[in-house]
Design a protein around this ligand. Structure first.
Ligand SMILES: Cc1cc2nc3c(=O)[nH]c(=O)nc-3n(C[C@H](O)[C@H](O)[C@H](O)COP(=O)(O)OP(=O)(O)OC[C@H]3O[C@@H](n4cnc5c(N)ncnc54)[C@H](O)[C@@H]3O)c2cc1C
Length: 408
């Protein structure tokens, strides 16, 4: 039996069209660098801001999102082809933090979808995710930033940290406390906060992987009433729709892992005392472990992508995917050090660095990647709750897939 998916002639033609467009439109110096996603040189950022508008018009930026909101309205097969070809060309996909989309698709009114979702999907505006606060990272429900009603508006004060994104956004989105008297999980609202606004300040935060995070300071920032998504006590539920996707619930059709492939190539091509590294029995074992780990992670991603597309309700699968992805990347970074020795720590400025310092970038990004969207231990807690081996039990929040919303 042949289990492979066979593309139709039309789909193969579509692939050729996407590939040809990328070849004609993406010069080598504009391709995504390894390591950090957002921390691009300014000219590269500007180039992609322009290209994203063109891509959105073609329907290729958000292929499966509804056409009436600026998405492509394309099929899942076209989505996979675009993802594979963009990945192959090292194209920079987008600058909008996409975890806002499920929240808007499910919880926003029609007017709010037109106001917020449409300009994001058309690449006219960007937004950063502002969830984490100094005291509420893993314990996200412990948000202390305060929103107080002032006529039809809200006045927001407080602080957020680790807010990722290139340049500056048009909006920050996230939960803010609306009612200090209400119980946990019932005391938040989910806001779209316009940037710039008087009283709102973003300050760059420099992490191991580059300068693409921000501290956010809010001092009586005036936010119009229609910038609240969902009810003023529903912020936790709205945030849940974002988190379900951030925790890996939409998966990915991509099976590529450049760092792992680079490690295999390195072991194959590098010689020591006349023998390839791969013929050393210890290094050989390490390379094969890296290879297997990477493939397992790819399969979790593919399974979740499939479950999402067929609208199957998930429980632990999202966080299982996220957990495995983070842990295996750290394991592979350790293996890279054991296989390559000090060469794995030479960065792209060092002429002796193999593959322009790609593995050095991986050393940093694999460590930093253990935290975004909930740390490793938090993913384990979520899996435990959903498997029913915890004091508390929980079900997955609604996603566009399970809410029956077309596209997304
Ligand atoms: C590169 C990067 C990008 C990010 N981007 C964004 C962004 O765009 N927007 C945003 O809002 N946030 C962002 N974050 C923040 C991220 O979501 C938080 O770092 C994460 O939720 C953990 O919170 P914390 O850093 O406060 O760690 P803490 O919550 O202080 O945790 C510290 C350590 O203690 C462990 N721990 C905590 N509680 C428990 C427990 N109950 N049981 C067992 N172990 C526990 C954690 O697992 C962790 O290892 C980003 C973070 C990074 C590093």
């Amino acid at each position: 039996m042949d289990f492979r998916y066979h593309y139709t002639k039309e789909q193969e033609e579509f692939r050729k069209e996407v590939r040809a467009w990328l070849e004609a439109n993406v010069p080598d110096k504009m391709r995504a660098p390894y390591g950090s996603f957002y921390d691009l040189p300014e000219n590269v950022y500007k180039f992609w801001r322009g290209k994203h508008k063109e891509l959105a018009k073609k329907g290729w930026l958000y292929p499966t999102y509804p056409k009436q909101y600026g998405g492509g309205g394309l099929t899942v097969e076209q989505d996979v082809i675009i993802a594979e070809e963009f990945d192959r060309a090292r194209a920079v996909r987008n600058f909008v933090n996409g975890v806002v989309f499920p929240a808007l698709l499910i919880w926003a009114t029609e007017e709010q979808k037109q106001k917020f979702l449409v300009p994001f999907l058309k690449a006219e505006k960007t937004t950063f995710q502002a969830f984490t606060e100094p005291q509420s990272g893993s314990d996200l429900a412990n948000i202390q930033s305060r929103a107080v009603r002032d006529g039809d508006d809200w006045l927001i004060s407080g602080q957020k940290i680790f807010v990722s994104g290139q340049a500056t956004p048009d909006y920050l989105f996230g939960p803010i406390m609306t009612d200090p008297e209400a119980p946990r999980h019932r005391n938040l609202g989910y806001f779209m906060i316009p940037y710039p606004s008087p009283g709102l300040e973003l300050k760059r935060q420099n992490l191991l992987n580059g300068r693409d995070q921000n501290f956010v300071f809010m001092d009586n920032v005036r936010v119009p009433g229609d910038h609240l998504i969902g009810g003023d006590h529903q912020g936790w539920q709205v945030a849940g729709s974002s988190l379900e996707i951030e925790h890996g619930g939409r998966g990915s059709p991509l099976q590529r892992d450049d760092y792992m492939k680079n490690l295999v190539d390195y072991a194959r091509a590098t010689t020591h005392k006349g023998e390839t590294l791969g013929s050393d029995p210890i290094k050989q074992q390490l390379v094969i472990e890296a290879y297997a780990d990477s493939h397992i992670s790819g399969l979790f991603n593919l399974r979740n992508y499939w479950l999402y597309q067929i609208r199957r309700e998930m429980s632990y699968e999202g966080s299982q995917n996220s957990l495995y992805g983070r842990e295996y990347r750290m394991r592979n970074a350790n293996r890279a050090r054991d296989i390559m020795g000090m060469y794995s720590l030479l960065d792209d400025k060092d002429p002796g660095a193999p593959t322009n310092g790609m593995q050095e970038a991986f050393q940093r990004s694999s460590l930093v990647g253990a935290h975004p969207g909930g740390a490793i231990e938090v993913q384990k807690v979520i899996v435990a709750r959903r498997l029913g081996i915890s004091r508390t039990r929980e079900r997955a929040a609604a996603t566009p897939s399970t809410a029956g919303i077309s596209g997304g």
